[in-house]
Structure formats: C-alpha cells, structure tokens
Design a binder for this molecule. Sequence first.
Ligand code: NDP
Ligand code: HSE
Length: 455
Amino acid sequence: MRPVPRRWGFQEFKDGRERMKPIEVGLLGIGTVGGGVWTVLARNAGEIARRAGREIRIAAVADKDLDKARAIAGGSARVTGDAYDVVRDPGIDIVVELIGGTTVAKDLMLAAIAQGKHVVSANKALLATHGNEIFAAAQEKGVMVAFEAAVAGGIPIIKALREGLTANRIEWIAGIINGTSNFILSEMRDKGLAFETVLAEAQRLGYAEADPGFDIEGIDAAHKLTIMSAIAFGVPMQFEKAYTEGISRLAQLDIRYAEQLGYRIKLLGITRRTPEGIELRVHPTLIPARRLIANVEGVMNAVLVKGDAVGATLYYGAGAGAEPTASAVVADLVDVTRLHTADPEHRVPHLAFQPERLADTRILPMEEVVTAYYLRMRVLDRPGVLADITRVLADRSISIEAMLQKEPGEGEDQVDLIMLTHQAREKQVDGAIARIESLPVVKGRVTRIRLEPLG
Ligand code: NDP
Ligand code: HSE
C-alpha cells in the first residue's frame, strides 16, 4: 500500500516516499538585492536545502520591470507586475520584500502578514520607522519578520546581537554601517577623487539607496543604528529621536588635519547606555588611526559591540552590494524555513526581548551627550589669540588634549588652528563655539567634528 502523507508540510513524491515539500518563496523586487538572492539561491541550492532540511524555491517574482524580471526568473518562477498577486497567492509561504521605501513596501508587508505569511526584508528604512507596528502585527498573526540584511549588509550582526550575545548587558555599539559613505571617504582620502565622482561610482555599483541623500546625510546609518539599538537595549524603534549628521559637508582639509593628528574620520553610528538614557547618534567621527575599525575601507562595514561579559567584539564584512546582502536574506530564509513549524512562543523575539518586556528608557537629546571634539577655526596670526580661545573653553570646563597650528601662507595674516578636547557635554561645546565665533580675532565659522577614542 502506498504511504499517505500524514504530516503538515510533507509531500508524497513519485517514488512513493514522503518528503518535506519545498518552501515556496514569493520575491517582491528583483533589482540589485533581489537579483543577488535569485543568483545565490540558484547557485547554492543543494547546500542550502541540506541546511534548511528542505528545498527553498522562489515560486513567484513581482517587479515593476516585467522584462527584467522575465529575463532573470522567467521559465523557473511565475512572473508578475502586481506584487499583491504574490502576497495573496495561497501557495506562497514566505514573502521576501526587496522593493524598498516606506509606502508600497509597508502596505505589502502588512498584507503578507495579514495573509499569515512570514516576511523577510532588507528594508531598514521601513523597519526603523514602522517596525513597532509591523512587529505587533506579526506577533498577532504568529508569523516571523526577519531582517538580517537590513543592517550592515552581509555581516550577521542581527544574529550576533539577538542570539550570540544574549547573555550580556550590552553597553555600547559603534559601527561603520553605511557602505556608500565609507566608500566615498576612502576613495576621497586614498585617490583624492571628488565627492560627486565617488558617489556616482557607488550608485553604479548598486551600493547607494534609491535616494542617495539617505546615504550621505547619515539617514540610512541612523535607520540601521535604530534597529541595533532596539535589539541591544530592549527598547522600541525610535528613529525620530536619532541625531543624524552625514558626510556631505565634510571638507578634505579636515580629513588631512585629522590624519596629521593620528586620526581617521569615519561616519559612525553610536548607541550607548548611560545613567541618563540611551545615546543614539550618527555623525562623522575622528577615531584613532591605530584602531582596527579606523582601517575599514571602501564598501566594507564594521560593528564594535561592547558587552559586560564578553568585552569588546568586532564584526566585519561587506556592507552593501548584491551578493553580500543576498547572503543575509538567504540566511533569513533558512532560519524561517527551520522555524516555520515551531510554536511562535518558542521563536526568538523580533527585538530579542519579549515584546511585553520592552523598556521605555529615554533617548538622550544630542545636547546632553558627552564626547570629545575636534575644533577647527581660522584665526588672526597674532599674540594673545590662543589665550582668548582657551579662556572661552576653560570657562566652560572644556580641557584641551592636543593642538595644531598651521603656518600662515605667503602674505597671509590668518592661520588654521585645530584643537582636540577631552570629553565635554555637547551643550557646553555649543556655547563655547558660539562665543569663539563672536571673537573679533576668529574669522568665519568653527568646524566641529566629534571624536571617539573607542578604547
Ligand atoms: P533596487 O532599486 O535595485 O530594486 C528594487 C526593485 O523593486 C526594482 O527592480 C524595482 O523596479 C522594483 N519595484 C519598485 N516598486 C515596485 C512595486 N511596486 N512592485 C514590484 N516591484 C517594484 O533596490 P535594491 O535592491 O538596492 O534595494 C532593495 C532593498 O534592499 C531596499 O530596501 C534597500 O534599502 C535594501 N538594501 C539594499 C542594499 C544594497 O546594497 N543595494 C543592501 C542592504 C539593503 P524599478 O527599478 O523598475 O523601479
Ligand atoms: N545604501 C546602503 C549602504 C546599502 O551604502 O550601506 C546597504 O544597506
């Protein structure tokens, strides 16, 4: 007598034996990352099935560009221009959202969840801004929303924070988490290329966001930092409270002066637990050149995590691009496939902490943050100027750690003066800068870049 399939998810094959049926994936968006997912899944199908316990098969693909989608997936998967067609398909177990943005993608994700489907996404903008609502909906429906690819591309940092470091009280995280900005800074420093030239190259390589302003103004890094902060400290997503400053106004001059003082400038996302609240900030930052993280170049990302038990740990890898990001998406697909049949209560919570145990710890406004500073100003080259400036700083208890005064150019009576301060509260430094700028011996604005020793 032929065996009758008894268990859910099993299928009887031609040889009469019962095996797990393939998990059916619906792919929304087959652009840079979606294309990478298609390639990686096809190339490593055998290995992936051995790990997941069953085949993972892209059964349907939706993309606005039907010709492109057919050229890649036609013949192997059903191709459609209507993403809802995939979301509502009863045969689809997991929806992979790789469209991007916070409007259509949000509606599609919520629709997939409402249909009882698990979701995998690389969309950090959506999760950082609407994650609380999305996770609540998923919780209600007992489905998973997996998002490893949303932070630091191919680096499994979500897995590390949520599971590997779960014994720890996380103290702080500091990361280079935007590949495009790091690529721009590296190329400007090493090859002396212009900002716009390198940005265009990052776009050509598929690193940049649809709106590259997200990359260069620090918004993309703040999205990723918001996600990591929520997981590290067990707080809701609070992107709107993140301090965000990008690299678009960074001058070549400061990159050079920083080097002369033994530092590199990186766009860093920093989140730290302090007695007053949680720091959540993205800005260009001077880091001592001898630190490993200061030497992370190009599109590579790196995240430093300090836990109370483990100490400092460092995670490094490609932060953007088709296949590195696909690596993280496919890892999520395997995870979801393995946990597909598990009782929802026994899965890892979306934000690592049980949803009803999230804390309402305050996010510190930037003016309350304490850090060190690089200050550059143009001053008259005459006696007493330095005394005037140091007095302003001393009056606010800001002490100086190092100083660099450049020689005046031929026939010039002004020089660049650079100061590195010890730690001070941002509010005090704001006050000092305003006062320094009002001194008649100081010409123009003071440039301020924050400095982190990361010791
Ligand atoms: P792409 O623009 O390359 O791909 C998006 C694809 O979705 C395009 O083919 C686009 O078609 C299609 N699309 C747009 N709207 C719809 C719609 N309504 N229905 C169906 N298809 C649609 O983006 P990426 O692959 O670079 O990024 C995708 C996501 O991954 C984003 O959330 C991004 O932030 C994230 N991400 C990207 C990384 C990268 O390195 N690129 C790394 C990590 C995360 P069309 O081109 O015709 O508009
Ligand atoms: N635009 C992003 C970056 C893609 O450059 O890091 C990866 O999230």
